[in-house]
Design a protein around this ligand. Structure first.
Ligand SMILES: Cc1ncc(COP(=O)(O)O)c(C=O)c1O
Length: 317
């Protein structure tokens, strides 16, 4: 179901009827847009945000999650987790979170914006109630469009944050009826060209095969991490049992922005991830205040390109 950009996460989140004292459990690497929404609702209604720590492998600590659920003074109103953060290659165990959510009957919202398109995702196996994704990252689709999965139960139990004449029909002067399925989360107006582009991107990824894409992305990223680690002064920051195509690193004495600019001069596109996007992760995992460089490899990259990136990082300053 297509929606604008990140708004589908908010469409779900703002539709949950939180009350004072309700608990939202989330992760260390939660994305700023999501966390700001939690904070806004916390200010308005007095919900409590609880950040579940990570285990020794930088995965969400499932025992701590269980513990927080059973020890809390009330059942959490929501588990909201980001699958892969914007700033690091780690992949949280979404299926393990889903199993806990199911066991305790707690709604589970998964932000899969960074995972969709680089790895196979099965909402049934994950056991989430909602999964939000974007077009513009590993799916390689146009900007400004994304999609949402909502389970039948989630559709039955919750309303979207905003409704318009697409998601609901005005049936009498003071009545409306929502569409019976997840289409109720959609809005009337959308960028149709972007929606078509997203459809083409999904088809393209499926034709290549998500299993093949995932193997290739992981293998190229592992090569890049291994080679970058050999460069004097470089620290690779990705830690985790399962690592994805996002490779994050810094080089001593050179700001991430300078590295990005220097690589761009050599025809290499990387980005930087700043503390303001994943504040908790930077604070709790001791990441450098000035941010990290984020090099995202995809299946179309070659081993020669990986070597070129490493040579370029070696030669900077
Ligand atoms: C974890 C996560 N969620 C959501 C988004 C937002 O994506 P978009 O603006 O394309 O919806 C990002 C972007 O970096 C992200 O990293």
């Amino acid at each position: 179901m297509p929606l604008w950009d990140v708004s589908h996460f908010a469409q779900v989140f703002y539709g949950i009827p939180f009350k004072q004292g309700d608990r939202i459990l989330t992760g260390v690497h939660e994305y700023a847009a999501n966390y700001i929404a939690f904070l806004q609702v916390a200010r308005r209604t007095g919900v409590r945000i609880e950040v579940i720590p990570e285990d020794a492998d930088n995965d969400v600590d499932i025992a701590a999650l269980e513990d927080s659920i059973v020890r809390g003074d009330r059942k959490p109103a929501l588990l909201a987790f980001t699958h892969i953060p914007t700033n690091s290659g780690r992949v949280y165990s979404a299926e393990a979170i889903g199993a806990v959510a199911k066991c305790h009957g707690i709604p589970f919202l998964l932000d899969a914006c960074q995972s969709i398109g680089q790895m196979p995702l099965d909402v049934q196996k994950i056991g989430c109630d909602w999964l939000s994704g974007t077009s513009r990252k590993y799916l390689r689709g146009p900007r400004g469009v994304g999609f949402l999965y909502a389970s039948d139960e989630a559709v039955r139990r919750f309303e979207p944050g905003t409704l318009d004449m697409y998601g609901a029909k005005w049936t009498a002067e003071s009545e409306y009826v929502m569409l019976p399925d997840a289409k109720r989360y959609e809005q009337y107006e959308k960028c149709f060209a972007a929606v078509v582009g997203l459809g083409a991107a999904v088809q393209y990824a499926n034709e290549l095969g998500l299993d093949w894409i995932w193997d290739r992305v992981q293998s190229l990223a592992a090569t890049l991490r291994a080679q970058l680690s050999e460069v004097p002064g470089v620290q690779v920051h990705d830690k985790g049992k399962v690592l994805c195509g996002i490779v994050s690193f810094t080089k001593d004495g050179i700001a991430p922005g300078q590295i990005k600019a220097a690589l761009l001069e050599r025809g290499i596109n990387v980005n930087t991830s700043l503390k303001s996007s994943t504040r908790m992760d930077f604070m709790k995992n001791g990441l450098p205040d000035e941010g990290v460089v984020r090099a995202s490899v995809h299946y179309y990259n070659t081993e020669e390109e990986i070597s070129a990136v490493v040579q370029a990082v070696l030669s900077i300053f």
